[in-house]
Each structure stands twice: as structure tokens, then as C-alpha cells.
Design a protein around this ligand. Structure first.
Ligand SMILES: Nc1ncnc2c1ncn2[C@@H]1O[C@H](COP(=O)(O)OP(=O)(O)O)[C@@H](O)[C@H]1O
Ligand SMILES: [Mg+2]
Length: 419
């Protein structure tokens, strides 16, 4: 597994969209004494006993790359909210630096900070933070009003972000008429309204029922494919962290105790504390299509004629094939019965035939999301990468084995770490 050398850490920090460097936060008086104790490694409890001050953050270092969803997780009181609020200085760090897109936030004056909050960072809160006397679209437009965007543009942009979260028909509803899930969609739309590159989300889904929460997690991930925000996402739920996070940092008593990809953290916990946290994580959230796929066995060049495809499929004993273009981009699936029919009818190229797209997933699709596809599929599932290239196929018996056995799932997830 990759360990971070000082050199890679430096490069990461230089290219990071959000960089948190040696940040401490101490609540209370006697900041100097408490800070000195914290720097010397004195624990949170002892610092509080000796000075009365509360150690909120202890030497936190985090780099969030552009377009990443970075999850901060840990038990209640470990400092998650404090950390996320230090990024936009809703809470002033006691020591250390915060950088966003190459600018030091911690060095900005009041004007600079206001500018930064308008143009660079938006925030979504756990308890929605909607204003009860404003309707949905006015709530979403509120940050734009604060930024002095004129009314017409404000409402247009708010309508756009409401459409993004599926609330295009709810402009004039009042917050109290909405369910919890819908309120948080409004909260999310408001977070998107300013169109900032950075989004801070402090336990945005924690107040919601599990089913609604899952829907919103899905939607966030889907949305992220088109908006490409850099997101700091706070949660106390490891299953949620693993599901939405590109990277995860686990905090305890104000300090980050482990950081890595979800698979690294779950499969290689670096302490008993993290192990305890991760032991009941559902393996299904860790296994990806890429980790259980085989090499593609039924690839058919789109330029082939139908009769050549019949020969190729019969030779290889295939009833189903993945049609690709010259770059190996997946164009869709076809079936022996269909190429047979086409070979008799006009014998055209197979990429000119009607192709099928149901049984296709991206390589980072997790097992949880593969299951419903696998249940319907009759043939191996095609796996494509982010560029749409065909990279593998999942035989249905493999999928079934991983679905029913935690051991098989763990083995597949472990493969993932090495990949
Ligand atoms: N304004 C404050 N004054 C004193 N202590 C605070 C204040 N805000 C937070 N804390 C303390 O800092 C620690 C971290 O709090 P917080 O960041 O809210 O944790 P989390 O979000 O992980 O639940 C806790 O011990 C909390 O009691
Ligand atoms: Mg909190």
C-alpha cells in the first residue's frame, strides 16, 4: 500500500484545492499555554484539566484535491464541525494555515474573507438552515442576495440549482410543507446556488431516515459527476463515509488518526481505535465492479460484418457480445440471435445495429449498486472505465458468489487495495 513520503505530501499540498496545514483550535482562555501543551503532545483531557481550555483541533493536516469528495469522520465531539468551520473561518483557527486554490484563507482581511466566502466556498448544514418565512426559491436565492446578485439573475440561478436537485416544481412551497429529505435538497440547492468550486457539508444527511439518506447520497454522487466540486463532507457514519468518500480521514480528540481511501482505512486500520470503528462496515460497500471483473471475453469490433460476428461468437461459444469502436470504447451489447438475423437480412456492420446498454456498469460501481443489475442480467455485465472504454466483464456466477459470501467480498475488496 502506498505510504506518503514527505515529497509526495509536498506535491499534494501544492496542487490541492483545499489545504489544511498544522491547524490547531483551542476553545477558552490561556490559549498560549494550551497551545504549547498541545504541540508538546499533551492529550485533550489533560490540557483541559491543566488549563481549562478545550482542544478542538490538534495539528490537523489535510489536502483535498480538486473534484474530490473528502470525508471527515469520527465520534461526536471529536472536532469535525470545528474543522470544517475553520476552512471558511466561521471558526478562527488558533494556529496553522488554511489554503484554498493557492490562496491563504487564514491571511485574508475581512474584505478578502467575504470575497472568498462568496466566490469560493459554500456550506450545507445538518439541520438545513432554511428560513421559515421564505419560500423554497427565495431560500435558495438567499446567498445570491447576500452577494448582491440582482433579482432576475438570482431567481434564474436558484431555479437552475433547484432543477439540479429535482425540485423544479417546488419553487413557491414553504419549508414547513416539505419532508426532511426535501428540505435537505433545498439546502443542497442553496449550497450549489453560488456555484463555488468548494462545498462544505456538515453532516448533511445525518438527520434523515436511512432510505432517504441513501437516496440523497446517490444523488450527491450523481450530481458530483456533472458539477465536479471539491467537497469536504462530514459524517459520523462510516458506511456513509465509505459510500460517498474518495478519501476518508478519521478523527479522534481533535486529531486525524488515519487518512486514506475507504478501502485502505477499512482493510488496513492503523490502530485498535480505527479497527473498532471499521469492523462492522459492510463489505458490500467496498467491493467494486473493477475488483471482481474478468478480462473482456466477448469483445466484438464494431466494424465487423454481422456474418463475421456470427462466426466469432460461434467459435467462442458466445451468445452475447460487447461491441467496441477502434479505441475500445463500449458501444453496447448485442446477441447471437440478432447478429444472425442481420447476417441474413443485409449483413451490415454490427455497430450499425441496435445495441443494448442495460448490463453495463462503471468500474467504480460498488457491489450494493451491482446487485439490482445482476438480478436482472442474463449475460455477463460489461465494465467500462471513466472514459467509456471496455475494461472487463463480470460473469454472473462470480457476482453471485461475492453477493452471498462476506469472505469472497473481503477477498475482492483486498484485491482492490492492491490494484
Ligand atoms: N464554542 C465552543 N466552546 C468550547 N468548546 C467547544 C466549542 N465548540 C466546540 N467545542 C468543543 O470542541 C470539541 C469538538 O466539537 P465539534 O467540532 O462540535 O465536534 P463534532 O462536530 O465532531 O461533534 C468538543 O469537545 C466540543 O465540546
Ligand atoms: Mg458536528
Amino acid at each position: 500500500m502506498a505510504t506518503q513520503t514527505d515529497d509526495t505530501r509536498k506535491t499534494n499540498a501544492d496542487t490541492a484545492m483545499v489545504s489544511i496545514r498544522n491547524v490547531y483550535k483551542i476553545f477558552g482562555n490561556d490559549l498560549d499555554e494550551a497551545l504549547e501543551l498541545a504541540r508538546g503532545g499533551t492529550a485533550k483531557d489533560a490540557i483541559q484539566e491543566q488549563t481549562g481550555a478545550v482542544l478542538g483541533l490538534s495539528n490537523v493536516n489535510i489536502d483535498i484535491q480538486r473534484g474530490q469528495i473528502f470525508v471527515v469522520m469520527g465520534l461526536s465531539g471529536c472536532g469535525k464541525s470545528t474543522l470544517v468551520r475553520c476552512i471558511n473561518r466561521l471558526i478562527e483557527p488558533t494556529a496553522g494555515e488554511v489554503w484554498i486554490d493557492g490562496r491563504e484563507v487564514t491571511a485574508l482581511d475581512a474584505d478578502g474573507l467575504r470575497d472568498m466566502r462568496r466566490n469560493e466556498i459554500a456550506m450545507v448544514f445538518q439541520h438545513f438552515g432554511l428560513m421559515p418565512h421564505l419560500n423554497v426559491i427565495e431560500n435558495v436565492a438567499w446567498p445570491l442576495q447576500l452577494a448582491n446578485v440582482e433579482r432576475k439573475e438570482r431567481l434564474e440561478r436558484a431555479a437552475n440549482s433547484l432543477a439540479l436537485v429535482g425540485l423544479g416544481d417546488w419553487h413557491s412551497s414553504m419549508p414547513q410543507q416539505l419532508s426532511g429529505g426535501m428540505k435537505q435538497r433545498v439546502g443542497l440547492a442553496r449550497g450549489l446556488a453560488l456555484d463555488t468550486p468548494v462545498l462544505l457539508m456538515d453532516e448533511p444527511f445525518s438527520a434523515l431516515d436511512p432510505v432517504i439518506r441513501r437516496d440523497l447520497q446517490d444523488e450527491l454522487m450523481q450530481l458530483q459527476q456533472s458539477v465536479h466540486k471539491t467537497i469536504a463532507f462530514i459524517t459520523h457514519d462510516l458506511n456513509e463515509a465509505v459510500r460517498v468518500g474518495d478519501r476518508i480521514a478519521i478523527m479522534r480528540d481533535g486529531a486525524v488518526v488515519q487518512e486514506g481511501t475507504p478501502t485502505e482505512v477499512v482493510l488496513s486500520p492503523n490502530s485498535d481505535f480505527v479497527r473498532e470503528f471499521t469492523q462492522d462496515i459492510r463489505m458490500h460497500a467496498m467491493v467494486t465492479a473493477g475488483s471482481i471483473m474478468d478480462q473482456p471475453i466477448s469483445e466484438l469490433p464494431g466494424a465487423m460484418t454481422a456474418s463475421d460476428a456470427v462466426t466469432a461468437m460461434e467459435t467462442n461459444n458466445l451468445v452475447h457480445g460487447c461491441v467496441v469502436d477502434e479505441q475500445r470504447r463500449f458501444l453496447g451489447a448485442t446477441y447471437l440471435s440478432e447478429v444472425l438475423r442481420e447476417s441474413r437480412r443485409g449483413d451490415g456492420r454490427i455497430d450499425a445495429m441496435e445495441l443494448y446498454h442495460e448490463d453495463r456498469v462503471q468500474d467504480d460501481t460498488v457491489l450494493d449498486d451491482l446487485v439490482p443489475i445482476g438480478l436482472k442480467a442474463q449475460h455477463p455485465i460489461a465494465v467500462i472505465d471513466a472514459d467509456g472504454l471496455l475494461v472487463g466483464e463480470i460473469p454472473l456466477d462470480r457476482l453471485a458468489a461475492v453477493m452471498v459470501s462476506d469472505e469472497a467480498a473481503a477477498a475482492a475488496a483486498a484485491d482492490n487495495v492492491e490494484a
